[in-house]
Unconditional design. Sequence first.
Length: 170
Amino acid sequence: MAGRAPRARPAGRPERSLRFAVVAARFNERITQRLVDGALGALRAARVPARGVEVHWVPGSFELPQAADHLARTGWYAGIVCLGVVIRGQTPHFEHVAREAAAGIREVALATGVPATFGVITALSEEQAWDRAGGEVGNRGEEAAAAAVEMAGFVHRVRAGRARRPRGAR
């Protein structure tokens, strides 16, 4: 309708047309699937349409940053949710994978400007991992997706020149 102003969107909520990618590690897949389910639920709760969400599976948590980087560089996504499970074993492998996944995901966000969130469980036991995948401690996938939506809204506001200034700032 000509002459009508568009409806205002709630502050902090990204446009419904924004797309999100969920990148999930197949290693410890049964637990990771619970993280994916939590992430998809959080994206639905944020009113992101199902057609605006893609799920991509990679071999393990070490591969999450590379996949996230490729997806972010397409320019198609407002945010990337990275999900995986790393459980401590009897070797230092746990520390290497967890550290590199965290650093790599952070680097993707900084290098591309696309929010990439860390939904990787690092647990000492399988029981602890289940507790963080929808058990007693919550669902890290849900938390990572909610963070991606919030950060996508933040980036959208900043790029549109609508970032809020702190009180008292000139």
